[in-house]
Design a protein around this ligand. Structure first.
Ligand SMILES: [Ca+2]
Length: 455
């Protein structure tokens, strides 16, 4: 994490004037105190226990249909269900229509109505599951006749920022550029979230969803709403409700803009890019060990696939998508890590790797992560095609992206406690002796992953 100096950097031969010594001393002491506090906060944050939660992205699934799937999702180990935006939106039945609001006071869309959503949330709670609602509060629909005069049921032209493109490349922060005031894609009317009236309307929407039982929110396009505006809008959300924001991109430092506001987490596109590079042709999985590019563990929602990495029609978008099997192996990685809150896209939920990885994530809560060199496991085990992720001394996940099996006959598990371990996909058993040797070796199929948990 890059810390911004709180005092000007020394330049040239500039001297401190004697009359300013007391002031400078106070300023220096304040600086040091703040730096100490930041260091302590970082230390405390990095040692926070990992979350055992895994989000299931119920993307564009009608609420009634989703309600019938809840027992199965619970059995699969998910405990957070993320539903698509429920407000009255663009009349198109295509998924993108849900991301173009018309009226926040009416919950009715092709996915269902207010009663459907209420019953879905009630059923989820009865199953012990929580529901996150995807909310679009940055912009409105570009559909006629609303777009023609900027007259929506509860907004008129004065409630929008003037039409403009995002000329500064989507990378400005905190309202300093058109990224927060411009129209998304140049065509979606951008709400003036600095206005008390607009903020009030959006607060009413969130409050309405909370009244229906919502346990938290995904805030769509949060990068395009300034931090002060977000802080004001989410002030109506109780602290015990979870919020994360969608920030597409990885080099703007946005994650440092929102945490501190209601403990908002951010989508980890840095990790996604790192995974795409590591799993791609010529990539090296070992580069993911103690990942340098990912967000701090406590503030990241981690994923290999979301609807934003898919293009309309379900194809992978070229910028963020990569080989489908490699994306599944990347699911294994986000589930095997201690850091982050994993999100699984609906289409991946039934894959054996995801099902095993979700249970691995749940069972090894609070176990520290450690990336072990493959040569410590088996002679010749160190390879760009393999990643060994230990969780404390109670489990290990191994990812093999090579086309060939990894099947050494002589294996050691120097970090695992003596005892037997169950593999969560095949149900096979691996036993670690007192000297850390393993009986029977290993056999990990090509293009696959395994998850061993102590019995
Ligand atoms: Ca905006």
């Amino acid at each position: 994490m890059k810390l911004i100096p709180l005092v000007p950097m020394a330049t040239g031969t500039k001297q401190i004037k004697p009359l300013n010594k007391v002031f400078d001393c106070l300023r220096y002491c304040t600086y040091m105190a703040v730096m100490l506090c930041l260091t302590l906060m970082m230390t405390i944050s990095y040692t926070l226990p990992a979350k055992a939660d895994v989000i299931y992205q119920a993307f564009n699934i009608p609420f009634r249909e989703l309600q019938s799937q809840l027992p199965e999702l619970k059995a699969d180990g998910f405990n957070l269900i993320q539903v698509s935006p429920p407000e009255q939106s663009n009349s198109s039945s295509e998924w993108w229509g849900r991301y173009q609001p018309i009226d926040f006071t009416v919950l009715e869309s092709p996915l269902g109505n207010e009663n459907d959503l209420r019953e879905l949330i009630q059923s989820a709670h009865e199953e012990g599951l929580q529901v996150l609602v995807d909310v679009v509060i940055n912009h409105m629909a570009n559909q006629s006749p609303y777009i023609d005069t900027l007259n929506y049921p509860h907004f008129s032209s004065q409630d929008f920022h003037p039409r403009s493109d995002m000329n500064d490349g989507y990378c400005s922060l905190d309202g300093q550029g058109s990224v927060t005031n411009g129209w998304l894609g140049g065509s979606l009317p951008d709400l003036n979230t600095g206005s008390d009236y607009v903020r009030g309307q959006l607060q009413n929407y969130l409050t309405h969803l909370l009244d229906l039982g919502a346990d938290g929110f995904r805030i769509d396009a949060i990068k395009h709403i300034s931090a002060p505006d977000i802080a004001a809008i989410v002030s109506v959300v109780p602290d015990d409700k979870y919020i994360y924001g969608e920030v597409v991109g990885e080099s703007c430092g946005e994650y440092s803009t929102y945490p501190g506001i209601h403990s908002i987490d951010i989508t980890d596109y840095s990790l996604l890019t790192d995974m795409k590079n590591a799993f791609g042709f010529g990539g090296d999985l070992r580069s993911l060990g103690n990942n340098p590019g990912s967000l701090p563990g406590y503030s990241a929602v981690t994923f290999s696939k979301t609807h934003d990495t898919l293009c309309p029609g379900g194809d992978l978008c070229p910028y963020y998508g990569f080989d489908p099997r490699d994306m599944m192996l990347a699911n294994a990685f986000v589930l095997a890590r201690q850091d982050g809150l994993p999100l699984i896209y609906r289409d991946d939920a039934s894959d054996p790797i995801v099902q095993a990885g979700t249970h691995f994530h749940e069972q090894l809560l609070n176990q520290a992560q450690y990336f072990r060199n493959g040569n410590e496991i088996a002679q010749g085990g160190d390879s760009p095609n393999r990643l060994f992720i230990e969780r404390g001394d109670q489990g290990i996940a191994i990812i093999n992206k090579a086309g060939e099996p990894f099947a050494p006959s002589s294996v050691r598990m120097p970090g695992l406690a003596e005892g037997c371990y169950q593999e969560l996909i095949s149900n096979s058993t691996l036993c670690v002796n007192q000297d850390r040797s393993v009986q029977g070796g290993l056999n990990i199929p090509g293009r696959s992953a395994v998850f061993f948990v102590r019995q």
